[in-house]
Design a protein around this ligand. Structure first.
Ligand code: COA
Length: 447
């Protein structure tokens, strides 16, 4: 499959927008600072007119002007956002393939075939656009619309809010609701005042493989993304297994959620597939939406990052050979820690750091070794309740959407398209581990 880039534009807001510098919150500046890729596929749209996309994008940027700005490094490896309307990149491409050549979309889209915008991290950060959009036309008339959006500026919830509002503008409809740009609600720019009141394991260096002193050796291995489907029955089978022996009758215990059981299952299968030694420590990183966990909750729709990461920890042998409930319990315990006080303690912890660089996962942006999910660790992010589906720019709803999974140990759980309750697990693993993972993933559901 060959993809050729035909045209590209720098799209700026259609009207003058607020101009100035914005302090980013601690949630914005830590963990993943790369551009997050997603892709939507549409069947038959012979009249696909890129100018509608371009004009509506320009209108959307009036409301979502931070995306048209540029980041800037400041003291202590911190970032601030210059809202200067520099613009975002829109590209038009063509491929010699048909959508059917992608089969059932069960392979996570391959970056090398360029259906995604490639972000060139050799460009200085203060010149690097925060949003790249690529519209690729297939021979059958189908199209793929892909996005790479800076995680330093928005999280998944905010990125989707932008995409769906942009689509409404493309259809000639008004905005559903104006985004809230006040990052001070997450204490952005406030000086460090109070010390943290909790222990924050997520900020310790993640475990390495036994006998190794960095993850560089793991990063050299080729990573492959896969999309594994789970029917509602399979998910419920896992839920039943994890809940076995628990007292759910009189509400003494709360049934495990789909995220908790599927994440526990993924963790077990990854430990087995990676062939860890029994005593190998492994971290599972969980991304938590804090909008409704804060007291008071954040104003809606807050535009920025309102997420923090926590970790569930374990020893590989216990996770892989213990019952599913054991891993699910660790996942739940980590999630239940996250109260409003805990979130404020995370913010206090980060504010007190003179240099944030060791808490930034910037793989491609800098050469230093930041925290990573590489073997023996995993990060499983839930997109289960995100409003992902039904993105219509005027050529109907997508037939499929998918995250771009690029890194070893990076995993997203999203709603499946095989009926309510079904799920898809998008996971990146080293090529040697991927096949074994798939085998354990389905084998363990049978028994
Ligand atoms: N619509 C429909 N159902 C919803 C819902 C929504 N908006 N929100 C929650 N639910 C359902 C869930 O599906 C779940 O039911 P299930 O067991 O049948 O799946 C139940 O309510 C509990 O959901 P939740 O409280 O979210 O717990 P969880 O275990 O599913 O997920 C977290 C736990 C921590 C992962 C989740 O609360 C979270 O913070 N997700 C992050 C989402 C996010 O921002 N992702 C992008 C990051 S960039």
């Amino acid at each position: 499959m060959k993809v050729s880039l035909k045209k590209h534009w720098l799209v700026k807001p259609a009207e003058p927008t607020w101009n100035g510098t914005v302090s980013l919150s601690e949630c914005d500046q830590t963990f993943s600072l790369v551009h997050v890729p997603t892709i939507y596929y549409y069947r038959l749209c012979h009249d696909c007119d890129t100018s509608i996309i371009k004009t509506s994008l320009s209108k959307a940027l009036v409301h979502f002007y931070p995306l048209a700005g540029r980041l800037r490094w400041i003291e202590g490896s911190r970032l601030e956002l210059d809202c200067d309307a520099s613009g975002v990149v829109l590209m038009e491409a063509e491929t010699n393939a048909k959508l059917d050549d992608l089969g059932d979309f069960s392979l996570s889209p391959d970056y090398s075939i360029s259906l995604f915008p490639r972000v060139d991290y050799t460009i200085p950060i203060d010149e690097l656009p925060l949003l790249f959009v690529q519209l690729t036309k297939f021979q059958c008339g189908g199209i793929a619309l892909s996005f790479a959006i800076s995680h330093a500026v928005v999280d998944g919830q905010s990125a989707l809010c932008f995409l769906f509002e942009w689509a409404r503008l493309a259809l000639g409809e008004p905005l559903m609701s104006a985004p809230v740009h006040d990052r001070k609600v997450l204490r952005a720019g406030e000086p460090a005042i109070r010390p943290p009141t909790f222990e924050h394991l997520q900020f310790n260096p993640p475990p390495l493989l036994i006998g190794k002193s960095s993850t560089e050796y793991e990063k050299k291995n080729v990573t492959k993304g896969s999309m594994l489907k789970l029917t509602k029955n399979q998910v419920e089978m896992l839920r039943k297994k994890a809940n076995q022996g628990r007292n759910l009758e009189d509400n003494k215990e709360r049934s495990y959620t789909r995220y908790e059981v599927v994440t526990a299952h993924i963790w077990r299968c990854a430990c087995k597939a990676r062939g860890h030694k029994f005593e190998k420590p492994t971290n599972l990183s969980i991304c938590i939406d804090i909008r409704n966990r804060m007291n008071p909750p954040l104003p809606k729709p807050y535009f920025g990052n309102a997420i923090i990461d926590v970790v569930a920890t374990g020893v590989s042998g216990d996770i892989a050979s213990g019952p599913l409930e054991c891993a699910a319990r660790r996942v739940r315990t980590a999630i239940e820690m996250v109260t409003s006080d805990y979130i404020n303690s995370v913010i206090n912890f980060l504010k007190k750091q003179e240099d944030l660089s060791k808490y930034q996962d910037i793989h491609a942006i800098r050469s230093e070794d930041g925290p990573s999910y590489d073997n023996p660790n995993l990060a499983v992010t839930s997109w289960i309740s995100l409003p992902l589906l039904g993105l219509d720019f005027g050529w109907g709803k997508e037939i499929y959407m998918s995250p771009g999974i690029e890194y070893d140990g990076d995993c997203v759980i999203l709603p499946g398209n095989e009926g309510h309750g079904s799920l898809i697990v998008a996971i990146g693993l080293q090529a040697d581990h991927g096949e074994a993972f798939k085998k354990f993933f389905y084998e363990d559901i049978k028994c």
